[in-house]
Design a protein around this ligand. Sequence first.
Ligand code: SF4
Ligand code: SF4
Length: 434
Amino acid sequence: MKAIKGKFLAKGVHVPDQKSLAMDVPIEVMDAPDIVAIGVQQHIGRPAEPVVATGDQVYMGQLIAKETGYISANVYSSVSGVVMGVEKRPNVGGTTSDYIVIQNDHHYQEMKLDPLPDHESATIKARIREAGIVGMGGAGFPTEVKLSPKTPVDYLVINAAECEPYLTCDYRLMIEKTEEVLAGIRLLAKALGEVKIVMGIELNKPKAIALFEKYDDIQVVALKKAYPMGSEKHLIYSCTGRKVPVGKLPADAGCVVQNVATAYAVYEAVELGKPLYERVMTVSGKGCIHPKNLLVKTGTPYDAIRENCGVKDETVKYIAGGPMMGPAMASSNVYTTKTSSGFLMLLPEETTEDNPSPCINCGACAEVCPMNLLPMQIDFYTQAGKYDLAAQYGGVRNCISCGSCAYVCPAKRALTQSIALCKKKLAENKGGAK
Ligand code: SF4
Ligand code: SF4
């Protein structure tokens, strides 16, 4: 179906693209290092429970940690080898959690899931759950749960915006694995029942738009380049014209959103019997000597990726994910997960000084906030330890952590950190006031 124009995102920011660094670099398979550390908490929800012990022989694609509840996900080994232990190791965000450490024998002996008896909705959903598939656009929410909304939906919205500057892994999947991504999208639609498929692709990816508009069952929506076009609520509005009310879910507007990499993982799980244990990630930034789109096994140390792609001496910052939403990394001695979409190595010219000055009440942060919040109020009350007031006057509970406010702040206020701290405190206090 010929692509149509999407509705315009009125707020948000325009950030320099930087996709050209890795956009034309074909996906390369990275060999995993001698030791991988596979986290039991690679998703939103309860951590998985290890089902292997020290000394066990495991195979690539073998279940090594089992889901522990409705919002949880299975974890599979990404290599064959021997389990060295279950240890606390650092996460990208600075916390620690349990990791299953495996000595890689480099034979990659594989275990597959059983072939499916049919491709009915319930069977597809059960396979997606069994395979440990979670939202690979960054959120890590178990995909099967999203495919089982409480109210009926009539739209499957495929998030192919990839609006984070630098990231090109979804783009490469779309142009190198078009048929497979398409098959995954159709399986997702089948799992949902009778739905229309819309696919939002930013205009800076004309090749991808041309490839997918050839299919009659998919309505491609060409999106104006803007950030955060890939946020669920904005994508839904741009693609369908529907608004998701504040505090509500996409399903309340009749929509389920899934990302391109997730669709690809669904294809692999359903058609090939392959659980989720590897993914494509973009390694980029001007500090990276050889920017790439790498197919990386989960549990690969970022250090090994840095070695594979090379880093310039002048590099001052590492980021996991995209520069707008991804956290700065204190160390690259951490491990990839199902949601690792990017690894950026940035030079001084690509980063801003972390030297905040007092707020000058310019209002720029509120002007760009796509959720119509008051980020300066969130920051003010958070700094004063008044998290409930940050929620009341700043609206932090509706924040989508897009980073647009911090991007435009002339005073370089650490708005992203304030917001993250405030959300954490509110969660700890179960929304209670301090
Ligand atoms: S307050 Fe939240 S939603 Fe608004 S711009 Fe800042 S990070 Fe984005
Ligand atoms: S953009 Fe920065 S300086 Fe301006 S009002 Fe917001 S926090 Fe204050």
